[in-house]
Design a protein. Structure first.
Length: 72
């Protein structure tokens, strides 16, 4: 099995927000960095807000880091 980042932030939805997957499990839709950090904290990843830009931990698909709307 190929190596994968543990956190995937999926492309922005047309109505805003981005689906988040942690270790292959859907954890919710984040609408900002605080939502994302909270999902990661609940998944047991402490101090996750400090690692949101780390490409080894977070894969931002279909939009750059910290972009939460489809038209950002």
């Amino acid at each position: 099995m190929a190596w994968q980042t543990p956190i995937i932030v999926h492309p922005p939805a047309p109505d805003g927000g981005r689906r988040v997957t942690v270790r292959g499990e859907a954890v919710g839709v984040a609408r900002d960095d605080r939502d994302l950090a909270e999902f990661l904290r609940r998944a047991g990843l402490g101090d996750a807000d400090m690692a949101l830009d780390d490409p080894h931990l977070v894969e931002w698909r279909g939009g750059g880091p910290h972009m939460w709307a489809a038209d950002s």
